[in-house]
Design a protein around this ligand. Structure first.
Ligand code: 5CA
Ligand code: ZN
Length: 414
């Protein structure tokens, strides 16, 4: 599927250090490329049933920053992102609003593209709709069934049977808990909250996730070698990541709400399919809250990128507001965030346009400092502070320094 238009990224002379990121699975900082020249990134994409909110924006901005840091370090980056364009929340919203689910998805994907473009987020090389990959998912599920990792659960309300993944079937590259490190009780709670169905009768283990949902009346379905139905959630990401990037990838990314069950189970599926770990690192962004609770389409406490832009916000200020927080922290959005980012941006713009004279000798040191901060687990607040300090200390903004700020922070100063 078409992604969105790429922003220009200046090539900046000099070398940046290779980025190190925090891996959720081990709890350690790692170079997820393991010294290779190629970095393969998969980020879990949207379920397109409502507008892009600031939580989404912050998540895609964090991985945009990682992509920029890798490029600045001279690596070849390959990036794939899915769109969950058939799943329960989307179908439920379409039914509630009396619209066709395909039209709802198409319109929200379009909005997402526009928002990503406004924020100058680097597009993925492969932007993949799950509805375009149904055959591949069915093929993978058939393989899992043949090799003993998938099994049927009696499904009286469908013609065929739903298929589930057996989390206890041995694989050589994964066992339950490897990615999330959670205890079983927490897993059960999270599975119930995040799209799982631990109460469903007939499963071998309550934690076993759905791989394939047999066709029901009134639900979309596709004919396939395993009968008519539609993909489960986690398998889509395992299949798309493996097909587009090859396993193991460098980074599997998404918000921390995906640590369990989504990334845990995606890793389990990948291991059962390919005898490979899904990723060298699992990188998670914190959850952004608004009015005291996590921003969520289902909760409805949305601050959308579109809404802020329509109210006149400079997209660079939205970007700067988000970059002023550490990607992995949970934090709360206050309307004042935008006000202070707008003020900061005006100061930066005036500085870059040479409004105040300064000394250029240490501009290169400032550039090194920004590079060092970003490559250290994407410390964008540190990079923002480095610019603030440079301005306060009377450093002039050279064209090279402005280019570096653009290349790494994605902000083109006036
Ligand atoms: N389609 C699935 C992933 S395969 C999905 O989670 N879609 S989503 O639309 O619900 O979320 C898209 C991305 O935004 C995910 O990476 C999710 O972890 C992240 N996200 C959702 N809410 C927030 C939030 N409040 N703060 C930060 N990131 C968030
Ligand atoms: Zn995903």
């Amino acid at each position: 599927m078409r992604a969105w238009q790429a922003p220009s990224v200046p090539d900046v002379p000099g070398a940046a250090p290779r980025p190190v990121v925090h891996d959720t699975a081990t709890g350690n900082p790692v170079d997820p490329t393991q010294g290779e020249e190629r970095a393969a990134l998969y980020v879990c994409g949207i379920t397109p049933y409502d507008a892009t909110h600031l939580g989404h924006a912050a998540t895609y901005l964090a991985f945009d920053t990682l992509g920029r840091a890798w490029r600045d370090a001279g690596l070849d980056v390959e990036y794939a992102q899915n769109v969950t364009d058939v799943d329960d929340p989307l179908l439920e919203r379409a039914t509630r609003d009396g619209v066709d689910w395909r039209e709802l998805a198409a319109s929200q994907i379009d909005l997402f593209r526009r928002d990503m473009e406004s924020l100058r987020i680097l597009p993925p090389d492969d932007f993949v709709a799950v509805t375009d990959e149904v055959d591949r998912v069915a093929e993978a599920v058939a393989f899992l069934q043949e090799t003993g990792s998938a099994y049927e659960v009696p499904t009286p309300d469908a013609e065929g049977e739903d298929l589930y993944f057996d989390v206890n079937h041995p694989t050589d590259a994964w066992s339950l808990g490897d990615e999330s490190g959670l205890d079983r009780e927490t897993m059960l709670t999270l599975a119930a909250e995040r799209g799982g169905d631990p109460e469903r009768p007939g499963k071998r283990d309550p934690l076993d996730p759905l791989l394939w949902r047999a066709a029901r009346d009134g639900e979309p379905s596709w004919d396939s070698e395993i009968g008519p139905g539609r993909p489960g959630w986690h398998i889509e990401c395992s299949v798309i990541a493996g097909d587009r990037l090859g396993l193991p990838i460098s980074v599997q990314g998404g918000g921390s709400d995906l640590v369990f069950p989504h990334h845990e189970m995606s890793a389990g599926h990948a291991a059962a399919l390919a005898h490979q770990p899904l990723a060298h690192a699992f990188v998670h962004t914190g959850m952004i809250a608004y009015q005291g609770t996590k921003i969520s389409k289902s909760l409805g406490n949305l601050v959308t990128v579109r809404g802020l832009l329509d109210d006149g916000a400079d997209p660079r200020a939205i970007r700067l507001a988000l970059l002023s927080h550490k990607y992995s922290d949970d934090w709360e959005w206050f309307d004042a965030e935008l006000t202070s980012a707008t003020t900061r941006l005006a100061t930066w713009d005036a500085w870059a346009s040479g409004a105040s004279a300064g000394h250029a000798d240490d501009a290169a040191d400032v550039a090194s400092r920004i590079r060092a901060r970003v490559s250290d687990d994407l410390d964008t607040p540190g990079a923002v502070a480095a610019v603030d300090t440079a301005i306060a200390g009377g450093t002039a903004c050279t064209p090279e320094l402005a280019d570096l700020i653009d290349a790494l922070l994605g902000i083109r100063l006036a």
